[in-house]
Design a protein around this ligand. Sequence first.
Ligand SMILES: N[C@@H](Cc1c[nH]cn1)C(=O)NCC(=O)O
Length: 429
Amino acid sequence: MSETWGSGRRAWVVWSIAIAAYFLAVFNRSSLAVAGLLAADRFGISAAQLATFTTLQLVVYAGMQIPVGILVDRFGPRSVMLSGMIVISLAQAGFALADSYPVALLARVFVGVGDSMTFICLLRIVAAWFTPRRIPLMTTLSGTLGQLGSIVAAIPMTWALGNLGWTKAYLVAAAAGPVVAVLGLFLLHDAPGKSHVRGVSKTMREVIGGIAESWRHPGTRLGFWMHFTTPFSSNVLGLLWGLPFFVRGELRTDGEAGVLLTLMTVTAMVVGPVLGWAIGREPWHRSTLALWIIGATVTMWTVVLLWPGEAPLGLLIVLVMVVGAGGPASMIGFDIARTSNPGHRLASASGIVNQGGFIASLVLVLSIGWMLDWRTPGSGSAYTVSAFRWAMSLQYVLWAVGLVQIVRYRRRARAVISRASLTPVTGQP
Ligand SMILES: N[C@@H](Cc1c[nH]cn1)C(=O)NCC(=O)O
């Protein structure tokens, strides 16, 4: 066992705490999804005001990525992650007690701030505690396990809201953060043998210079565009438009739509570790794998959108399974950024990459809403099949931009990265 990485058991303990923190962040991020109607009643707000909660949370998350990356490179993942846990819990407690829309909105902003402080730390911890050969698998596995938080948020939160009421349900959700933070205080270390790994103090000019240097590397840009292009389709279905699309756009029942969305999440959970294993074995072909997944997604959407009348259920099942692979495929972007940047800039580079998918998803969530309003006669939400075909076709714009950029930066990245430097050393654990 190399001394650079953690001894087996210790690495798993540290990773488990980091996973618990990420799981909680995703849980809190998703905890409003099942409370939409209650929130509308409690604050007396419209559908558009309700959607503002989600939009604002995504904007804050994406906007915080670079500052958080800089903080992690400077102060280490442990400090930032534990602070994030406390911010999320305080914000969620504020949301539990909020009795007006502006206060609730402010609380959701801080849920977004705390949330944004978690995932990049997890990536840094994985990179510090596991061998290079294991990092791709552990990274995709981490993404997959964290996403469980959104499934778990749906079931206990629905129960808690129904049985405990708004305030107690959100206070209970808030209470989990301090528990993980206290465990983290004792058990979470930035690297083997070091509770803190601090970067050197830098002037603002040096910090900006570091970010610019990361961004200039074609591997970071390739990672960004990969993260931009792979997950937006599953994100928009999962976050907002999946149920309306299947029910109004494909004339399926609510039950069938629910099963399709669940199948999408289950597929992502199965595909994640398989992809992690594959990119660990064949790092040179990481971008090829992502391109295949994007190609399959574009093909399936094209078949569904061109299908005369509503698509058969079997076809929609294949669609959600292919689209579901996009979430884990986005993790390939982080792996490319990791192998393209020095360790002291790893978190900043991950922050740059992590913005991609959130920006694309946000743009698509909003533009689908505008397109549906434009293509639906009169006002209201009686969206037609044809309006949904127009709206879902907006994805082609994002795929076109993303694919052009991936092909450009893949060529440039391959020109500066040596294949031998990526090949895993055989015999390493
Ligand atoms: N694309 C996600 C992670 C993922 C893994 N499997 C499905 N999705 C991502 O970038 N996550 C960042 C975060 O904060 O959740």
